[in-house]
Each structure stands twice: as structure tokens, then as C-alpha cells.
Unconditional design. Structure first.
Length: 116
């Protein structure tokens, strides 16, 4: 029996500017950007389920996500794609297989949205 739980607590995303990253992620997720920035470099997004931690201390060009490490859920993939397009998010694919698309955050982290 392992003392390590089969759960993911949070995913860390390296960002270059914690305030700008907080504002950008909160904007695309429809969240208030009024939470505390901890220790001057960490912002925990108020997510449902697995957490996302934005961290400017771990940022470097070598650490950005070159492949999606996770995906955001969307109940309507077409609506999600249009929403991101309207927000001028850097979309790197169209909607693939009627199920998912990729995009980049302002730091170049490659992320994904999937139909749930």
C-alpha cells in the first residue's frame, strides 16, 4: 500500500510575470483576479477539481510547456473555440476531431481545451 494518493493536487504553470498571468488566466476562465499572490511569485487559480498554480519563480524558456500537460474542459467545444478567438488568444490548432483544440498563453505554454 502506497502512502502517495492516486490524486493530482495541482499543476504548476511557469509564467514570466505573475500579475499579468493571473489577470490573463482569470480573464479566459471567467474568474475574479482578486486573490492573493503568495510569496511574490505564486498565484493559485480558484479551480474546481485539480488546482492550477501560476509560478513566476520557475519560469524559464526551458520550462514552458511544449506539449499540453493537461486540458481544460468545455461542454461546447465550438463555443469555447469562438470565445478564445474573440479574446485574441493564440490558437495553434483548429477544432480537431470535433473534440479539442490547442492554444498558447502569453508566455508560450501550449495548453488544450477538450470537450467533456
Amino acid at each position: 500500500m502506497s502512502p502517495i494518493l492516486n490524486q493530482i493536487g495541482a499543476v504548476f504553470i511557469p509564467v514570466s510575470n505573475i500579475e499579468q498571468a493571473r489577470d490573463w488566466y482569470c480573464d479566459i476562465l471567467g474568474l475574479p483576479a482578486d486573490g492573493e499572490i503568495a510569496f511574490g511569485h505564486i498565484y493559485v487559480l480558484p479551480m474546481q477539481g485539480t488546482g492550477i498554480v501560476l509560478d513566476s519563480k520557475i519560469f524559464s524558456e526551458d520550462n514552458i510547456f511544449r506539449a499540453p500537460a493537461f486540458h481544460f474542459n468545455a461542454s461546447n467545444i465550438e463555443e469555447a473555440f469562438s470565445y478564445m478567438k474573440e479574446k485574441n488568444v493564440n490558437l495553434t490548432t483548429g477544432i480537431e476531431h470535433n473534440h479539442w483544440f490547442n492554444f498558447k498563453d502569453p508566455d508560450g505554454n501550449l495548453l488544450m481545451v477538450c470537450k467533456c
